[in-house]
Design a protein around this ligand. Sequence first.
Ligand code: NDP
Length: 309
Amino acid sequence: MSARVLDGVAIAAEIKEEVGREVRSLAEAGAVPGLTVVLVGSDPASEIYVRSKVKSSAELGIASNLITLGVDTSQAELLGILQQLNEDDAVDGILVQLPLPRHIDTRAILEAVDPLKDVDGFHPVNVGRLTIGQESLVPCTPAGVMQVLQRSGIAVRGRDCVMVGRSDIVGKPMSTLLLNAGATVAVCHKETRDLREYTRRAEILVVATGVPGLITPDMVAEGAVLIDVGINRLDRREDVERLFPGNAAKLAAFDKRGSVLVGDFAPQSYLRSSAYTPVPGGVGALTIAMLMHNTVKAARMRRSLPTDV
Ligand code: NDP
């Protein structure tokens, strides 16, 4: 049986098209959705992320705005800006790009965002609402994984699912979404004594650890669905040779660019699966699409409109 590739880019394009339609219909009703992204400091990776978030949102007709603040911005100043954004009726979604500089308490900042405008879904109110199955703004990456499963016709109810990783932004909300959808879920992490014992039992195995190639073929059940959330850049040729033995195309790509992206699964693991998300081109493509989805959802929630986008 050959494994089906779950094409995150195509699914993201489908979602963006739907969100674009929603944006147009809200705009016709005089309510253009607005998204403001706040970046503190000049971390190069964060700058790339925020520009791409703002650009993609603008392309769909969302009124997008980027506020860039110096690295020395105080916590009080940032809280003041968030207060203004919370009160601004034209702003439906607020996203504070992480990580924040060390002198700022990230928790205090995330809690200062109005939960109804919290398009990252990190506010404790949204975390709590998700946990008890109430309508909420859901963190973009796990919400994107659910879209991949649903739109690929992969049933979750009653399945044995294993989540490797327990971060607040991926692992925990992902395990909650799977649980809420009727799966039996085990959550593994660094303290898990025998990781393989769990992963081998998974019908759907979701991995978000940031450890390239952590999951090897012997850790995967034949025919499992593999969701690879990890995005890791390899910049040493010997690591590429180890993870992609005999793969001339990958080595050529490395020689051309000086690095390649890999997920948390050793690529040979995919061969045992019935379906998998590739890296790149899998889950990563969904995150920005879900941010825009959340912006429209926030706009509708604030206006007490149905949120079936
Ligand atoms: P974190 O570092 O916050 O969390 C990693 C989790 O993996 C932790 O729970 C950790 O366990 C667990 N872990 C690490 N090593 C092992 C191991 N050897 N065995 C078992 N568990 C392990 O990372 P994130 O959740 O933020 O991100 C994870 C990955 O997903 C990264 O590669 C990141 O780049 C990617 N990512 C991709 C996104 C996308 O858009 N597709 C968005 C967000 C992240 P413990 O808690 O015990 O330390």
